[in-house]
Design a protein around this ligand. Sequence first.
Ligand code: SF4
Ligand code: SF4
Length: 446
Amino acid sequence: MISVTIKKGYDLNIEGKPSSDSEDLPKPEYVAVLPEKIPFIIPRLSAEKGDKVKIGSVLFEDKRHPEVKFLSPGGGEITDMEFGPRRIVKAIVIRLDETESFETFDSISESGLEKIGREELLQILLGRGVWQFIRELPFRDIARHDKIPPAIFVTSDDGEPFQPDPAVYLKGKKELFEFGIRILSKLAKTVHVVGAVRRPATTEELDGLITHTCKGPYPAGDAGVMIYHTKTASSENRSWYICAQDVLTIAQSLKSGVYSVERVMVLAGSASIERKHIRTRAGVPLEHLVRGRVKTGDVRYVVGGIFRGYTAPKESYMGFYETSLTLLPESREPQPFGFLSPGFTKPTYFRTFLSALSRSDLAMDCNLHGDVRACINCGSCAQVCPVDILPQFAFKCVLADEVEEFLEQGLLDCAECGLCTYLCPSKIEVCKILRDAKAKYYKEQG
Ligand code: SF4
Ligand code: SF4
């Protein structure tokens, strides 16, 4: 087993952690797919408003890679298609039938899997709409199936606050998970299973499977961070990765012959009344997840994680890859003379507030306490960067369009963890600048 300890990074001590209790949510009235939130794809629709679809019917494909198909997470009628500027497909909304019908495929048994070759397995994964759960570094797009990767990393926890606990979603599913690992083993020379960073003792379903452990603050356990600290050749930068819960989705879809839409999600954050794990389905409406569990007042809905996620309107839906919803108080009120406040209760990285003396969990709101201003070269972003980038130089290279320079600064190693943005006292969206630059470079490379 390979053990990695990272020293850089940061653990956010905030209130609102979900308990490990889980609740089965009743079936929602609607589900949706949000193509706009799936990085790098260009959707080409295969269905239109008013169509009747089954669970597993093809809704759209990626124009650049038509073999990558996205399937319906519900059986019913497409009641809405939302388009954004330049006809970008934002959402495909399905009203669920009381009794949903579903597409069926041939199910694959344990012994059947042994007889399937790599090429045939690729076609099965593509045809069943589960290929896209496997992603490729360093750009974090959908893995290119025409390549054999140096390795696949299976990750279960990188320390980002409020993600589903593998001990909850893997509970009782060790056999299914092992089946999923066997599927992945047919695609790559090596499959690495990274142990959960936060809860190694409670994840018995991973016993005997873990090949790597990673200790340290967030984002220890992220696939990109693991590769940065363990790679022996630059070819490993092109490794694939997948979240452990998505391994279950692939395994279940192949084993049952039906597109699996079950998901374990978490509802968390200090503006949530009940913070827990929720068993529900892909594409569930946010309002269905939070029903009766949101505090009054102005609340921000953060989908996908505090550091890597995005703010969504409460009328929206969970995205294809997301399983975490965090509710935070907005707090738009200015705080006159806030700098005179001792700040006992404000989460902070700096020693500006007295709360820095304690590591107890504190309530976090969305107040930025200031506007964007010029970089003051404080170097704080570099102190936490888990892959030793100097973000303050990298983002300036990006803004100056110095491509060679920003590559030399290690831009492709960026784990897109969001820490540099979180703690920048000048409120510069460093991570977004670097992520957008990576995406632009990726598109230019074709
Ligand atoms: S530069 Fe990238 S890896 Fe480093 S802190 Fe910023 S987002 Fe994280
Ligand atoms: S944390 Fe912000 S202000 Fe400080 S060096 Fe980095 S980018 Fe500049």
